[in-house]
Design a protein around this ligand. Structure first.
Ligand SMILES: *Cc1c(COP(=O)(O)O)cnc(C)c1O
Length: 410
């Protein structure tokens, strides 16, 4: 008899975006003429930039020749891309990495979900709350998160991020945390962490032998020089942190699939009898067994982002989205809504007015303005009373949505 992994059965059936789609569809059935604009799902809308398209075409042509054909590539990724990452994303910030510390991935979701395979089942995990659901759900699937009670997993330590604490979680004082997930700039709140604050976390981790999984998927949206783009800007982070990067939000690669993960060679975790085991060779072993590499065409596409044309074009698209973010902030604040994020991140986190719940406000906005947002509570208990708007729409849709919200609010 094949027994199922019953930890999967603990996961709530309904995935947040499926729930939203269901409610939007119900609205469309009863309002067939309404034209609904979504500022909900965190997918990008603008096309890939010309430098990337050119590189992809070239790579496809190579694949059609005997000399240029590539089969299985190196599991860690091609050196041309790993070199470009070292030279462009880290050296200019004074961070020296070894090429073998960079693992090309097929997007950060896989690796942020898979990384927990490196740690024992009984480690305690801490998350900022609200949070990108992958971190917790991947721990649920192997039984590390415990059971769900009232929207909280029994073995997860939640570190609330709300307007009251300026969205900076406080370091857990009353319990030990073995592994902490941090994501900055943050999805869903769009808030950032300063170097000084991040240094407190790194120092905590070093002192308490805590491992940090740091998700930097939105680093390209940072403009403020005091906001770290990588945790390795903080001294000592090489000894306590793994970092995830993605080209999805940087360069519109949500459909192309490419990113990278840094596992420093200085990083170790303990065995029960106190030996220290470096995690870099373990992740290498894991990837070599379970992953056959990101496709060549996507890696050439990613490399093109680092060329002078690529850089400039990618920046243009980021500026385009950030223009949306600034316009959304301006309008929503003018209308009296309490908004956060949207300065160094493509998300706006808005407190719902009149103590409406996240889902109540979601429905009011859908029925009143035909605009879709994401209910904050879908990202964790501390998201209740907030909604998320994304800046990833087109200018036209964003403007139209704001006009409608303005008319509806009055
Ligand atoms: C979008 C996103 C990612 C990246 O996902 P990909 O798999 O690279 O497309 C990672 N982390 C967070 C928090 C995200 O929002």
């Amino acid at each position: 008899m094949a027994l199922v992994n019953e930890h999967f059965l603990k996961l709530p059936n309904n995935y947040l975006f499926a729930d939203i789609a269901k409610k939007v569809n119900a609205f469309k059935v009863t309002h067939p003429k309404a034209d609904v604009i979504s500022l909900g799902i965190g997918d990008v809308t603008q096309p890939l930039c010309p430098a990337v398209i050119e590189a992809m075409h070239k790579a496809v042509d190579e694949m059609g020749t005997a000399e240029g054909f590539r089969g299985y590539g190196p599991e860690l990724g091609y050196e041309f891309l790993r070199e470009a990452i070292l030279k462009n994303d880290f050296l200019p910030r004074g961070i020296h990495l070894d090429i073998d510390e960079i693992f090309i991935n097929d997007g950060a979701k896989s690796d942020t979900g898979n990384i927990q395979e490196l740690i024992r089942w009984d480690n305690s995990i801490g998350v900022t709350d609200p949070i990108y659901p992958v971190y917790i759900d991947s721990n649920v699937m192997i039984g590390r998160a415990g059971v769900l009670n009232d929207g909280r997993w029994s073995n997860v330590i939640y570190m609330p991020c709300t307007a009251e604490n300026g969205f900076i979680p406080s370091i857990p004082e009353d319990c030990h945390v073995d592994v902490i997930y941090l994501c900055y700039p943050n999805n869903p709140t769009g808030t950032v962490i300063s170097k000084q604050e991040l240094r407190r976390w790194v120092n905590y981790a070093l002192k308490n032998d805590t491992l940090i999984f740091y998700d930097a998927a939105y680093q390209a949206y940072i403009t403020d020089p005091d906001i770290p783009r990588s945790i390795y800007e903080i001294r000592g982070a090489r000894k306590c942190a793994i970092e995830f990067h993605s080209y999805s939000k940087t360069a519109g690669f949500t459909g192309v699939r490419c990113g990278y993960t840094i596992v420093p060679k200085d990083l170790t975790a303990a065995t029960l009898d106190g030996k220290r085991i470096p995690l870099n060779p373990l992740w290498n072993r894991r990837q070599s067994t379970k992953f056959n590499g990101t496709n060549y065409i996507s890696q050439r596409a990613a490399e093109a982002i680092y060329t002078p044309d690529g850089r400039q074009q990618v920046q243009q698209t980021i500026d385009y989205y950030m223009q949306n973010a600034h316009q959304m902030l301006d309008t929503l604040r003018r209308l009296g809504y309490e908004c956060y994020g949207g300065e160094n991140a493509p998300y706006i986190w808005m407190r719902t007015p009149d103590t409406s719940s996240s889902w109540q406000f979601f429905e009011q906005l859908l029925y009143g303005a035909n605009v879709v947002c994401t209910p904050g509570v879908g990202f964790g208990p501390s998201g209740e009373g907030y909604v998320r708007f994304t800046a990833f729409g087109s200018h036209e849709h964003t403007e139209e949505a704001l006009d409608r919200i303005e008319k509806w609010s009055k």
